[in-house]
Design a protein around this ligand. Sequence first.
Ligand code: MG
Ligand code: MG
Length: 240
Amino acid sequence: MRKAGRVVAEMIEAIRDAIQPGVTTGDLDRVARQVLERRGARSNFLNYPGAGGPFPAVICTSPNSMIVHGIPGGYRLEEGDIISVDCGAIVEGYHGDAAFTAPVGKVSPLASRLMEVTERSLWAGIDQLRPGNHLFEVGRAVQDVAEKAGFSVVREYVGHAIGTAMHEEPQVPNYWPGHRGPKLQVGNVFAIEPMVNAGEAETRTLDDLWSVVTADGKLSAHFEHSIAVTESGPEVLTLP
Ligand code: MG
Ligand code: MG
């Protein structure tokens, strides 16, 4: 899983370097494909089944009010946009999964603060991944950071365990579900992925049956890492 995580980290770095005004989301998908090819890794996103049919790309690209699952294509990034990118890879049968939101050129103070808070909420969640602690403390920590900043946490889409499949049980809510959940053990690996909205938490799915947007049209950010629970605490496998 460390190997898969390193490939995902490399995808993140290459995509970050490519993000600028004028570049299309399809261009970013091509950058990601080159990394997978170079490392002999397979994609866990390509052909992933969904209501909108098999997913046609190796990353998801979700600009501005789009929360997750955007399909790369002709959308051209503009100065002032924010763009969420979700990446994954399979190496020797094991999966890595991570996401980030980046500014395109100069962005509004609100957009900057939303990205900063969302990333900070991810790290607050990661810090809970210690043996003996309980899994749903992650959601409590994420929610606390996001809501103290005046933002809201998406409920319909959540983190997950990860291993020989991308999405394994149990799910990891980004909010406090009312109980502490399973006890964490050394060797558990989770993808923690807060989606934080500038406005209300409600979501809407577009006609392509993949793209999920905020119901109120306000901005959304998404940060994710795959993390192993080790004796000495969380080990982030997808860190560039
Ligand atoms: Mg992901
Ligand atoms: Mg994930």
